[in-house]
Design a protein around this ligand. Structure first.
Ligand SMILES: OC[C@@H]1[C@@H](O)[C@H](O)[C@@H](O)c2nc(CNc3ccccc3)cn21
Length: 449
């Protein structure tokens, strides 16, 4: 592909999340989150790593914003830690928590960087988990109250909001697979939770429209979407694709854009799990609270075939020959093009932002002050090219936030996986831009490459 230039005003950014970078978990009145509890539970996180210190961004945010400015970032996606605002999840507000995010937003605006704020990136106040967490329908109201408070405090300067980051991961990785906080292995629980997450999303969108701060503001949701391909053209493998696509993608896309769950998956869940629990009015609330943009987190594709056991959900993942990241995820930029075209075709999505795309590779070590992460640079370049092709083919893609601005706490993998375009030495907390960051700086300056 020759030189490509992205549309004017395309937002080139980078993304992070509160529990992964802030540290300072006991500072200034922050309450416990489910990830504090999970990471301090022996055996849950590799090497016993926790987010207690992480990148200490809570105390180093001015330095970090200065580095973002030096890289020329146009946008920065971060999340608010609910337990910093409401240490008990509801009730008493923690002013020092509000002060931190007010200062962070002011620093970003002074640096000419547009904030896009995620309200929930997995760090639920533990006090709410103690009353059932997302399985307790009342938590959907506590989430809307928390969202309303953030709109009230930041809404005059923050004009792009994301209600949830990856409800599929929150529900299934945290409550069916047991690999994330709170660590349950109960599929029916996970299905019930998906509905409460979507209900809380709708209530937070409704609160935004009522906040009086939505003038010129946009609100959306971020979904981890994975294009699914069959291992063969057999009818069995096509059925496996249909289930996997429904399980991972359509279960969230359909309610958000069409106001109803996909019939095939809903029927399967009700039959097998007697879930979700949907009350009269729920689907109307979800249907009536439209989003202004869709955030897409794209990392890789899925290739599936029918599994050995019977049933609609009998799916086996196949791992084709090719390049893989340190997470075991296939490098497949074509999947980003196919995904964007599918969302454009099947959901007529309004504005779309890639709210996360990036990779962990082994090539991260500082040699003579340089981290030569050529693998990550090439990963990003190939995915930017796929995004460009989709824009040329009509997709309303308005921005791209690389995951991640800096190396950080990678959930159950702790600090063993590095996704940053900026290297963090966890002994000294020194930040060092990697080769990919210096290349990205030029991409942003030229609005292309
Ligand atoms: O794993 C990299 C990032 C992670 O650091 C972010 O916090 C999170 O938003 C994120 N989502 C994915 C893709 N989805 C996923 C699938 C299974 C387990 C965990 C994440 C990757 N990432």
């Amino acid at each position: 592909m020759g030189k490509i230039t992205f549309p004017k005003d395309f937002i080139w950014g980078a993304a992070t999340a509160s529990y992964q970078i802030e540290g300072a978990v006991n500072q200034d009145g922050r309450g416990e989150s489910i990830w504090d509890r999970f990471s301090h539970t022996p055996g849950k996180v590799l090497n016993g790593d926790t987010g207690d210190v992480a990148c200490d961004h809570y105390n180093r945010y001015k330095e970090d914003v200065q580095l973002m400015k030096e890289l020329g970032l146009k946008g920065y996606r971060f999340s608010v830690a609910w337990p910093r605002i409401y240490p008990q999840g509801k009730g008493q507000v923690n002013q020092k928590g509000l002060d931190f995010y007010n200062s962070l937003v002011d620093e970003l605006l002074k640096a000419g960087i547009e904030p896009i704020v995620t309200l929930y990136h997995w760090d639920l106040p533990q006090a709410l988990q103690d009353i059932g967490g997302w399985d307790n329908r009342d938590v959907t109201d506590y989430f809307a109250d928390y969202a309303f408070k953030m709109y009230d405090v930041l809404g005059d300067r923050v004009k792009k909001w994301i209600t949830h980051n990856e409800p599929w991961v929150v529900a299934f990785v945290g409550n069916a697979f047991g690999e994330h906080a709170p660590g349950y292995k109960d599929f029916a629980l996970a299905v019930r939770i998906t509905h409460h997450l979507l209900l809380s999303h709708a209530k937070a969108v409704q609160a935004y429209r009522q906040s009086g701060n939505d003038d010129g503001g946009q609100i959306g949701i971020t979904l981890n979407l994975t294009p699914v391909y069959p291992d063969s053209d057999s009818p069995e493998d096509s059925e496996a694709v249909q289930f996997q696509d429904g399980f991972q993608n359509r279960w969230f896309l359909d309610p958000v854009f069409k106001g109803a769950y996909p019939e095939d998956i809903l029927e399967f869940y009700q039959e097998k799990y007697n879930a979700p629990v949907i009350r009269p009015g729920d689907m109307e609330l979800i249907a009536d609270n439209h989003i202004d943009f869709l955030g897409i987190n794209y990392y890789t594709r899925a290739v599936v075939k029918k599994g050995r056991e019977s049933g609609f959900d009998s799916v086996e993942h196949v791992h084709p020959e090719g390049k893989y990241t340190e997470m075991g995820w296939e490098v497949y930029p074509e999947g980003l093009y196919d995904l964007l075209m599918r969302i454009h075709r099947d959901y007529n999505a309004p504005n779309i932002y890639i709210t996360e795309n990036g990779a962990a590779f082994k090539d991260d070590k500082v040699v003579d002050g340089i981290v030569d992460d050529q693998d990550r640079l090439e990963y990003l370049k190939s995915h930017f090219e796929a995004a460009y092709r989709a824009i040329q083919d009509g997709v309303n893609l308005k921005g791209y936030y690389v995951w991640s601005f800096m190396d950080n706490f990678e959930w159950a993998y702790g600090y063993s996986k590095r996704f940053g375009i900026v290297y963090v030495d966890y002994e000294t907390l020194k930040r060092t831009p990697k080769k990919s960051a210096l290349w990205y700086r030029d991409v942003i300056a030229d609005n292309g490459f």
